[in-house]
Design a protein around this ligand. Structure first.
Ligand code: MG
Length: 463
């Protein structure tokens, strides 16, 4: 029973009372607010909005509401139906639309859905525009267009095939080289749209595909977040099938994790590290990830002369902004989100797969050997639940001044980089908690560092 409104869209559970959940009324309200924003940006002309959805059970219900509302607001619609987040973004770019709405709650369980709002570049709305949508959604007296001014559906198409072609056409994707290797790949797409798109991409790349949870029914076979604890089944199948690797994506296919031939996780933090290692071999330039991502990306970047790494605040929109500022050639998030600007500024698992397999095809190693060639870091992710009256900002400010002799970054919470490890403390925007992420050379050290900061914070608010 939750509705979370944020600048990146609204997310909530299906059913229940309006304003407490993602009900039809909330969908109509936010879609109207979004249409008004885009219309205001394009005064005097008709606007076109792309709509796509993942395979969630509520997807077609929400899709109908979104499409109908856009038409009622006077916007024309290109509906790409069952489509990934990166595919819908590419459809906005390809059709030169004025914006897009992706209906997906990403890695959240089956009862959730959400609207992700895109601008005319197929990128997430800026902070300022997101706030405008939230404000417009509170206004109830909007004057909807009359009969001669309602929108129409100008196209219904499956965009997934086009997206695959766009990925395969990239300079750094060598289709023939991958085909020659005839990789055997197990795919777990948690019964969402990735179950259609990833096997199709792999078959174009000449791979033998073993499908696991690839029916896009929206009945998620396990918790859809691609974390090791949710991925036990694929490990067994990889070993049994003698596969070269496994590929796991989340329900809207913007996060990508690999599994090694041993059945062990390559670890999703290393998806971006490996892809960046490949891209930097061919493109001299910078890299970006968020503050909570592994230091391994910074280490790998330093192996290439003239290339440097920058950290952004958490959130795709912040990573993209930093990538543009620094002219990054590759970037993303440690949660398996690969952003390759030569195609578009959005996390894209298809791009990640194609670049990675091109790289892997050119190496004569196993996944385990490749992983062993990267600096080993271990992350520990913890949180402290606080009473609402506790002043979190004050706690973070105290920690920051206490460690002012270290390398401290405060663009998003407090990140302290020590010589051999780091800690990142962030306040949640929606709950009274502090997230404590640590990374070190061993799991025991990462856990110990987290423990140390948890007790420091506890002492501060108990004092
Ligand atoms: Mg996602």
């Amino acid at each position: 029973m939750t509705l979370i409104k944020s600048i990146s869209g609204i997310r909530g559970t299906i059913g229940g009372r309006p304003a407490d959940n993602l009900t039809p009324i909330d969908v109509v309200k936010f879609t109207t607010a979004y249409a008004r924003l885009i219309k205001d940006k394009n005064r005097g002309r008709r606007i076109t909005i792309v709509v796509g959805r993942d395979a969630r059970i509520s997807g077609s219900m929400v899709d109908s509401l979104v499409e109908g509302t856009l038409l009622g607001c006077g916007a024309d619609v290109i509906n790409v139906g069952l489509c990934t987040t990166p595919g819908t973004e590419m459809a906005v770019i390809t059709h030169k639309a004025d914006g897009g709405i992706i209906i997906t709650a990403s890695h959240n369980p089956r009862q959730w859905n959400a609207l992700k709002l895109l601008d005319e570049r197929g990128e997430f709305l800026s902070d300022a525009e997101g706030k405008q949508v939230l404000a417009l959604a509170e206004e109830v007296d909007y004057d909807y267009p009359t009969i001669d001014h309602i929108g129409k559906v100008i196209l219904r198409e499956d965009f997934n095939r086009k997206h695959i072609e766009q990925v395969l056409a990239l300079d750094l994707v060598d289709v023939e080289a991958v085909r020659r290797r005839r990789f055997k790949v197990v795919v777990d797409a948690v019964n969402s749209v990735g179950g259609v798109v990833i096997p199709a991409l792999l078959e174009e790349l000449g791979c033998e595909v073993v499908r696991l949870n690839c029916d896009p029914t929206g009945e998620f076979a396990h918790n859809p977040e691609p974390l090791p604890e949710n991925l036990t089944e694929i490990s067994e199948v990889i070993r049994k099938e003698g596969a070269d690797l496994g590929i796991v994506v989340d329900p809207d296919v913007d996060r990508l994790a690999f599994v090694m031939e041993s059945g062990e996780m390559f670890v999703e933090e290393y998806t971006l590290v490996a892809v960046a290692d490949y891209v930097l071999r061919h493109r001299k330039g910078n890299t970006v990830s968020n503050l909570s991502s592994s230091r391994a990306l910074s280490d790998i970047t330093a192996r290439y002369e003239g290339c440097s790494y920058s950290a952004a605040a958490v959130g795709e929109v912040n990573v993209v902004k930093k990538m543009k500022e620094t002219g990054a050639v590759i970037g993303g998030e440690g949660n398996g989100g690969v952003i390759f600007p030569e195609l578009h500024y959005g996390r894209d698992a298809l791009v990640g797969v194609a670049l990675f397999l091109t790289y892997f095809a050119g190496l004569n190693v196993t996944m385990s050997e490749l992983r062993a060639s990267y600096p080993a870091y271990y992350a520990s992710k913890n949180k402290i639940e606080l009473r609402p009256e506790i002043d979190v900002d004050n706690i973070l400010a105290t920690i920051k001044s206490r460690y002012s002799g270290e390398r401290v970054n405060d663009i998003d919470g407090v990140k302290i980089d020590f010589a051999e490890c780091w800690v990142h403390l962030r306040k949640s925007n929606t709950e009274p908690i502090i997230r404590i992420y640590t990374e070190a050379k061993t799991m025991a050290e990462a856990d110990a560092l987290a423990k140390r900061f948890i007790s420091e914070i506890e002492q501060l608010y108990k004092a």
